[in-house]
Design a protein. Structure first.
Length: 94
């Protein structure tokens, strides 16, 4: 499971440079700085907000543990499932 997580994280972090290159390619030179700034702000906003979700789940699920077949939801796994859910929703809508 840890190897799968590392592979997923590697693929996810590789998208940062690709996203910036794509935005730089499709925008006009005059607007490029604005769009790259917005893209960077959104990315770093995400980096800033995600620890909040981890702390929230740690607080809400302090000593509780839920098992759904092979899936165990506790204070350690809930943030990962939540962020995975958000990524899937984003992928579907894009």
């Amino acid at each position: 499971f840890l190897v799968f997580s590392q592979i997923t994280m590697g693929i996810g972090s590789a998208t940062l440079g690709v996203t910036r290159a794509y935005v730089a390619e499709i925008t006009a030179t005059r607007q490029r700085t604005t769009y790259i700034a917005w893209l960077t702000a959104v990315q770093y906003g995400g980096f800033t907000v995600t620890p909040f979700f981890g702390s929230l789940f740690m607080y809400l699920l302090q000593d509780r543990k839920y098992e759904l077949g092979l899936i165990t939801i506790d204070k350690y796994s809930a943030p990962a499932y939540f962020m995975s859910f958000l990524c899937i929703i984003t992928f579907v809508f894009l």
